[in-house]
Design a protein around this ligand. Structure first.
Ligand SMILES: Cc1cc2nc3c(=O)[nH]c(=O)nc-3n(C[C@H](O)[C@H](O)[C@H](O)COP(=O)(O)O)c2cc1C
Length: 253
């Protein structure tokens, strides 16, 4: 199996970078191939914009979807985008590793999806969801939050972290991945007093070992259920009686 780990953290000595390296070591030990794509280390530009495209289909007005499709068809996407797409296409499994920043992913990761999940190539109307280009591959989101597990729970003050991750989880499903239940680590805080710091270190070490052990049981990792095409009328609205798996796609009372 080939595993691609996409890391979105600016500091190589951070806990997130450590988790990415520990995951890499676990996969290697199991005899798999692993690539870590460190977006900050590559100084990846997360801004989609006209300056990335050399031979525009429409030079007068920049239309991101139009230019993405055109440059995919012409095989003239920016070199780093082509390389990242190749890595995605070669991978059997994707792990997306990032700290929870302002109730979502760091901007570099959102921009990575804006630029790398190209229209016409990685998705189009006939190739989305269970018919997506990435079907048959699994994707796992691993994220750390400063807030406690209680604060990130469904009744927590910071809101349900699992729900706040919907945009990224749904985007991965949109391009066809089988999206696994995210692995979340809470209470990852800096600036602690020495005693609290020691306690946290111990806790983070335990969680890292638990995460690595879970990776060795990859086949048993539960997937997130999403509605299938037949659950929607004309592919748009939930059919009466269709199951619901998320408050984001629900029956209107
Ligand atoms: C810009 C920024 C925004 C943050 N927003 C949140 C947040 O919305 N919720 C939260 O629980 N923690 C938040 N944090 C704390 C980070 O999640 C925490 O520092 C990180 O998970 C620790 O992992 P690291 O040591 O790998 O950086 C934020 C931190 C930064 C720098």
């Amino acid at each position: 199996m080939h595993v691609l780990i996409v890391l979105a953290h600016p500091e190589q000595k951070s806990f997130n970078s450590y988790l990415a390296q520990q995951a890499r070591a676990t996969w290697l030990e199991q005899g798999h191939e692993v690539t870590v794509l460190d977006l900050y280390a590559e100084r990846f530009d997360p801004r989609e914009g006209d300056w990335h495209y050399c031979d525009r289909q429409d030079a007068q007005r920049f239309d991101a979807m139009r230019e993405q499709r055109h440059h995919w068809n012409q095989q003239s996407l920016p070199a780093e985008i082509e390389r990242h797409i190749d890595l995605l296409l070669q991978a059997d499994a994707l792990i997306v590793q990032f700290p929870f920043w302002w109730f979502g992913a760091p901007a570099i990761l959102k921009g990575w999806m804006d630029r790398v999940f190209v229209y016409g190539g990685l998705y189009q109307s006939q190739h989305r969801h269970e018919h997506g280009v990435m079907r048959g591959k699994k994707a796992l989101v691993v994220s750390t939050a400063g807030a406690s597990e209680q604060a990130c729970a469904p009744d927590g003050r910071d809101g349900d972290m699992r729900l706040l991750l919907w945009p990224i989880l749904h985007s991965l499903h949109y391009v066809g991945f089988d999206v696994l239940e995210p692995y979340l680590i809470h209470g990852v805080r800096g600036g602690l007093a020495p005693e609290a710091e020691r306690k946290q270190q111990k806790y983070l070490e335990q969680r890292t070992l638990d995460y690595q052990a879970r990776l060795t049981r990859w086949a048993q990792w539960p997937s997130i259920p999403f509605n299938q095409e037949q659950d929607f009328i004309d592919g748009q609205s939930l059919r009466p009686g269709a199951p619901t798996y998320s408050p984001f796609v629900r029956h209107i009372p």
